[in-house]
Design a protein around this ligand. Structure first.
Ligand code: AHR
Length: 629
C-alpha cells in the first residue's frame, strides 16, 4: 500500500482546536447519585410523586426508634428554611429511649472507607426548647463506624457542621440522625460529602468519575443536557438561576428521566468543573420553548414573559464572563470565583421541533445575544433525525440567521456510521459549522467502537466544517439507566469504561491540527459491513428507481418515529429489500423491533425532496418476519 500525502503549505485544512469534547446530562443518575458527590439521597425532603410514581418527601428516609424510643417522623412546610426548599423533617420524640430519629441509605448505600473523613452538615431548629442536641452516626449492619454530637440547637434554623471519620469500610453504610431527649426537632438539608472530592472542591464532585471525564481531555463540556435543558413542560425548563447560590435557596425539580434534580450540581459547579479539567464550557439553554414530547406538545414561554427569559440568557453570559463588580459577576465572585469563566459557546435549544413558536423565541434570544455579546458563538439546533423535517428546517433556519454553529444529533447503527464517513465532505463550507452534539452507534459490541473510531477519523478529516463533537450520553449508574448505549458505567464503588470510551479518549488526546490531503493506492479490498437484514424486513414488489426509500415510519402511541432504512437491490424475486432495525446484531435487531411491537409501519418514498407514503403494514409487527409491500 502506498499513501501519498500532500504536505505543501496551504494544501491542508485546519482542524477545529475544540473538535472533541464531552456531553454531560443528568440522565441515568449522572448527577445526583453520580458525579455530584453528595452521599445522602433526598437530603432536602423535596422528592415528590412528580419525580417518580410513589415518591414523597420522606422517600429515602426511614423512621428510627432505638432501645425503647417512641416518636414520630413526618414532614411539614410551615416557615421553611427557604421558600425554594419548602419541606423539612419533623422528629417528635415522646420517649427518647436510646434515640429517635431518621436514617438514610444514600443511593444504594452510603459507601465509606476506613480512615476516610466525611463532612456532615445539616440545618436544625427546636421549636419547643428541647432537645438541645443531636447525635449523628455512620452505621452499618455490624455497628457504628463514626459518631458525633451536635450541640446548641436553637429555636431558629441554624447550620451545624461536623466531620465523621469512618473506622470501617462498608459499601452500604447508613447515616443516622437521632434526638436523645423528648421534644420536637426540625431538620433540613442533611448532607454528607466525602472530604476527598475532585480537586478537593467544597460541594464537589466524585473524584473517580470526575477523573474519568478529565482523562478524556475534552476540549469542551456540554451541560446540562439534552432534554433536561428544555424540560418536559414550561415549569420543567432548566433555569440556570435556580441552580446557583446557597444550596438551600436552589429550586429543585423533577428530572424528566424519572427521578429528581437537587440542583446541588448547578451552573457554578459545572463552570468550575470545566475550568478544573481545561474544557471550555458549553451550556445549552432552552430556546424559550419546552420539549415537544411534553404531553400536549411544545409550549412557548408566553410572549409577555419572553423579555425576562431573554434577560436570563444575557445574565448567564454576565455570570460567566462579567467583571466581579457587575451584578451577576458579583454572584460568581461571592461563590468563590472572581475571575471570569471565559464562556465562548452557548447552545440555544435542543432537538426542538422547528415551529413558529420556536422560531420567534429563538430569534429574540439570538438578536439580544448578538447585540450584547457578539463574541459568543451561538449554537442552533436541528432535530434528532438526520432524515427528518426538523433536521432540515433547523439547518435552513440556522443558515437564514447566519448562526456560527448548528447542533445535530445521530444515534444510529454502526452500519450507518460506516456508510456515512463521507457525510461532511460535501457540507457547505460557507454556512454554519457543525456541532455533532450527541451521537453514538447503537449496540455495545466492538463493532460499535470500530464504527465510531472510523467516523471520528472522518470528523477529523472534516475538522474545518465540524467544529465540535461529543458522544452521548456520558454516564450511567448501573441499575438506574433510562438510556442505552452509554459511555461509562458506574456504581458506588466502580467505574467501568466501554470500548467506545477508549475510542473517544484516543481521538481526543491525539487529535491533529491540520488535515493533509492524501491518496492511498494498493490497499487490500475491504469486507463490507455485515448484513442488517437478518431474519426480517420489508420486501418491495415495485420500486421507483428514481426515488430514495429512506423513511420507515412507525406510529406508536399517536406519535410518529422514523427508523433507519437501508434500501438496496438484491435481485431475483426479492426486488428491493428495505431492512428495518437500527443495528446490526441479532440481539439489537430484536430489541429494535420489539419496541414497536403491535404497531404499524409506513414506508415513505422520497423523490425530488417530496416524501409520500408508499404503503402501510398494519400491526402487529413481529420480529424476524418478512412483510411485503
Ligand atoms: O442523550 C440522551 C437524549 O437523547 C438527550 O437528552 C436528547 O437530547 C436526545 O434525544
Amino acid at each position: 500500500t502506498t499513501i501519498r500525502v500532500d504536505a505543501r503549505p496551504g494544501a491542508g485544512r485546519p482542524i477545529s482546536r475544540d473538535l472533541f469534547g464531552a456531553f454531560f446530562e443528568d440522565i441515568n443518575y449522572a448527577a445526583d447519585g453520580g458525579l455530584y458527590a453528595e452521599l445522602v439521597q433526598n437530603r432536602s425532603f423535596e422528592y415528590t410523586a412528580e419525580d417518580a410514581p410513589g415518591w414523597h418527601s420522606l422517600t429515602g428516609w426511614d423512621a428510627v426508634e432505638l432501645g425503647g424510643g417512641r416518636g414520630e417522623l413526618r414532614t411539614e412546610t410551615a416557615d421553611p428554611l427557604h421558600p425554594a426548599n419548602p419541606h423539612y423533617a419533623v422528629v417528635e420524640v415522646t420517649n427518647p429511649g436510646e434515640g429517635v430519629g431518621l436514617l438514610n441509605r444514600g443511593f444504594d448505600g452510603i459507601p465509606v472507607e476506613a480512615g476516610a473523613s466525611y463532612d456532615l452538615s445539616l440545618f436544625a431548629r427546636r421549636p419547643e426548647g428541647e432537645p438541645t442536641s443531636l447525635v449523628v452516626r455512620l452505621t452499618g449492619f455490624c455497628g457504628t463506624y463514626a459518631e458525633v454530637r451536635l450541640d446548641g440547637l436553637k429555636d431558629t434554623w441554624t447550620h451545624h457542621e461536623a466531620v465523621l471519620t469512618a473506622t470501617a469500610t462498608d459499601p452500604e453504610a447508613r447515616l443516622l440522625v437521632l434526638a436523645t431527649a423528648p421534644g420536637t426537632v426540625h431538620l433540613d438539608l442533611i448532607s454528607l460529602f466525602p472530604q476527598h472530592t475532585f480537586r478537593g472542591r467544597h460541594n464537589g464532585l466524585r473524584a473517580d468519575l470526575a477523573q474519568t471525564i478529565a482523562d478524556l481531555e475534552p476540549k469542551f463540556l456540554r451541560f446540562p443536557g439534552g432534554c433536561v435543558a428544555h424540560g418536559l413542560g414550561l415549569g420543567n425548563v432548566y433555569r440556570w438561576k435556580d441552580t446557583v447560590g446557597p444550596l438551600e435557596t436552589r429550586r429543585q425539580q423533577p428530572n424528566l428521566w424519572g427521578y429528581h434534580q437537587s440542583a446541588g450540581l448547578g451552573y457554578f459547579e459545572y463552570f468550575q468543573f470545566c475550568e478544573d479539567i481545561g474544557a471550555k464550557p458549553l451550556p445549552v439553554v432552552a430556546a424559550g420553548v419546552c420539549c415537544q414530547n411534553t404531553p400536549g406538545g411544545q409550549q412557548g414561554v408566553p410572549m409577555g414573559e419572553m423579555p425576562a427569559y431573554v434577560q436570563d440568557v444575557l445574565d448567564l453570559v454576565e455570570y460567566a464572563n462579567g467583571p466581579a463588580d457587575s451584578p451577576w459577576g458579583a454572584q460568581r465572585s461571592a461563590a468563590g470565583h472572581p475571575e471570569p469563566f471565559g464562556l465562548e459557546y452557548l447552545g440555544v435549544g435542543n432537538e426542538d421541533e422547528i415551529t413558529p413558536a420556536f422560531r420567534e423565541r429563538f430569534e429574540m434570544i439570538r438578536t439580544a445575544l448578538a447585540d450584547r455579546h457578539p463574541d459568543i458563538s451561538i449554537i442552533g439546533t436541528a432535530g434528532p433525525d438526520p432524515a427528518g423535517a426538523d433536521f432540515r428546517e433547523g439547518w435552513e433556519f440556522a443558515r437564514k440567521l447566519d448562526l456560527a454553529v448548528v447542533d445535530e444529533h445521530a444515534y444510529l447503527s454502526p452500519r450507518w456510521f460506516l456508510q456515512n464517513t463521507t457525510r461532511y465532505d460535501t457540507y457547505d463550507r460557507g454556512g454554519p459549522r457543525v456541532y455533532l452534539g450527541e451521537w453514538a452507534s447503537k449496540g455495545d459490541t466492538l463493532l460499535n467502537a470500530l464504527a465510531e473510531a472510523t467516523y471520528m477519523n472522518a470528523l477529523e478529516r472534516n475538522g474545518d466544517i465540524v467544529a465540535l463533537a461529543s458522544y452521548a450520553p456520558l454516564l450511567a449508574r448501573s441499575g438506574h439507566t433510562q438510556w442505552t448505549v452509554d459511555l461509562v458505567h458506574f456504581d458506588n464503588n466502580d467505574v467501568r469504561l466501554t470500548p467506545s470510551y477508549h475510542v473517544q479518549r484516543m481521538h481526543s488526546t491525539h487529535h491533529g491540527d491540520e488535515y493533509l490531503p492524501h491518496t492511498v493506492t494498493g490497499a487490500p479490498a475491504t469486507t463490507p459491513p455485515p448484513d442488517p437484514l437478518r431474519g426480517g424486513g420489508v420486501r418491495l414488489s415495485t420500486v421507483d428507481t428514481r426515488a430514495e426509500y429512506r423513511g420507515l415510519q412507525v406510529t406508536s402511541g399517536g406519535s410518529d418515529y422514523v427508523l433507519e432504512v437501508q434500501a438496496r437491490k438484491t435481485g431475483g424475486e426479492e426486488g428491493f429489500v428495505v431492512g428495518f432495525g437500527a443495528v446490526d446484531t441479532p440481539d439489537h435487531y430484536i430489541w429494535s423491533l420489539g419496541g414497536w411491537h403491535n404497531q404499524s409501519l409506513t414506508l415513505q418514498r422520497v423523490c425530488d425532496g417530496i416524501a409520500e407514503d408508499v404503503d402501510r403494514v398494519p400491526g402487529p409487527i413481529e420480529t424476524g418476519r418478512w412483510y411485503d409491500i
